[in-house]
Design a binder for this molecule. Structure first.
Ligand code: S3P
Length: 448
């Protein structure tokens, strides 16, 4: 087990270039594989989850080359995948499992997907239900609506599906299966989740439409298509990874950080909105757009934060950032209430529980609720709840490991992050990048 020790610091300085967006990296491999021609991907995230996606498509006969600058996916078209000889190992990756289910549903061969213990305990009924309504045959091998999943050939029909959850993974699974359908397939979700699939499908040549409804719900639809065509994709930096550096720049006294190449797609940028509402000194510089995806550099300075309420349609736009927002809230003046976020329970860990355990271990007060958490405020004088160094069990959840590493920077004493290697899932260089921003480099890695 790797244990990372974190000491309190002052004055984070310099620039951090954020690695590629995990969601976009996955989708670029998947769409590249089922397109005709070569898809060239730059700034691809070589994190464990995206490498699982590459591995699965290689097992289905897709040649994927890794060069120092790019990934080249030699696509074989919508019907060009071949039957894998083995179980498809999806590792820790929910995105691989759920999105690939949509693609596998449209193939004329059988396949089985299985992952690690965390992945195999996450709910898959949410994609099995709509895919099976479409005529697919997706079954949970042990009958608990979790992976391992077996997918056998079925004739795919178009449906209009209303999803009970705002989930880009559910929406994407249905839209990807819809490529193989017999008419317009649409998914309505209670609030708009990240729309990378819709944007990328469009740039690969699919006919996609998106509608926002007055009540905040959203519908995305896709037409069946003959073929998609390989594209060049430059992946923006992952705002979910940038969030740790933005939070560190805000919380660590006397800091000024330039967090470079941050994806700013509005369906992902709720974190920036909440930061501004909390009084954060952040400025977006060098804003550009490519393939429908925005990006910017974010200049961050130490700030006095105020508590806030995070709820409703904002939740899907920052769902993965809630653990680090909870750490920020512990340092804010006034209470923070997070609600409508029951989805936190079905991430890599139950993040209502793991955030509560971590903050309590560091001496902070937090009340978990059914759909979120309440973090009481401090008085203007006390400057946040004092955190003390603690042993933090990451439970192999990358976002818990990184959130509490940031908490460790402002805690009194040493913080130990257990199983810190799990950051490899989305940010393999996280600790090195953090160390690079420190004037005094005092972190160390121990093996216990
Ligand atoms: C993702 C969607 C989100 C997010 C996950 C990545 C995606 O999950 O939490 O890390 O790439 O589509 P849900 O769509 O299930 O909320």
């Amino acid at each position: 087990m790797s244990v990372k020790e974190i000491y309190p610091v002052k004055g984070l300085r310099g620039e951090v270039t954020i690695p590629g967006d995990k969601s976009i990296s996955h989708r670029s491999i998947m769409l590249g594989a089922i397109s005709l021609g070569t898809t060239e991907i730059t700034h691809f995230l070589k994190g464990a989850d995206c490498l699982s996606t590459i591995d699965c498509f290689r097992k289905m006969g897709i040649e994927i080359e890794e060069t120092p600058q790019s990934i080249l996916v030699h696509g074989k078209g919508l019907h060009g995948l071949s039957a894998p000889a083995d179980i498809l190992n999806v590792g820790n990756s929910g995105t691989t499992t759920r999105l690939m289910s949509g693609i596998l549903a449209g193939q004329n061969f059988a396949s089985v997907m299985s992952g690690d213990d965390s992945l195999n305990s996450r709910p898959m009924g949410r994609i099995m239900t709509p895919l099976n309504l479409m005529g697919a045959n997706v079954t949970s091998i042990v009958g608990n609506n979790c992976a391992p999943l077996r997918i056998t050939p079925g004739k795919i029909h178009a449906i209009s599906y209303t999803s009970p959850v705002a989930s880009a993974q559910v929406k994407s699974a249905v839209l990807l299966a819809g490529l193989y359908g017999d008419g317009t397939t649409s998914v309505t979700e209670p609030a708009l989740s990240r729309n990378h699939t819709e944007l990328m499908l469009q740039s690969f040549g699919a006919e996609v439409a998106s509608t926002m409804h007055p009540d905040g719900s959203a519908t995305a639809s896709v037409e069946p298509c003959e073929q998609l065509y390989g594209q060049k994709i430059c992946v923006p930096g992952d705002i979910s990874s940038a969030a740790y550096f933005i939070a560190a720049g805000l919380l660590v006294p006397d800091s000024e950080l330039l967090v470079k190449n941050v994806g700013t797609n509005l369906t992902r940028a709720g974190f920036l909105e909440v930061c501004k509402g909390m009084g954060a000194d952040i400025t977006l510089l060098n804003q550009t757009y490519e393939g429908g995806e925005g990006r910017a550099d974010v200049l961050v300075r130490t700030s006095h934060l105020k508590g806030t309420t995070i709820e409703g349609n904002l939740i899907p736009t920052l769902i993965d950032e809630i653990p680090i927002l909870a750490v920020m809230a512990s340092q804010a003046e006034g209470p923070t209430i997070i609600k409508d976020a029951a989805e936190l329970k079905v991430k890599e860990t139950n993040r209502i529980d793991t955030v509560t355990e971590g903050l309590r271990a560091m001496g902070a007060t937090i009340t978990p609720t059914e759909d979120g958490m309440i973090i009481p405020g401090s008085s203007p004088q006390s400057g946040g709840q004092p955190l003390k160094g603690a042993k933090i069990n990451s439970y192999l959840d990358h976002r818990i490991a990184m959130s509490f590493a940031v908490a460790g920077l402002i805690a009194d004493g040493t913080t130990q992050i257990l199983d810190s290697q799990c950051v490899d899932v989305s940010y393999p260089d996280f600790f090195q990048s953090l160390e690079n921003c420190m004037e005094e480099q005092r972190m160390c890695l121990g093996t216990f």
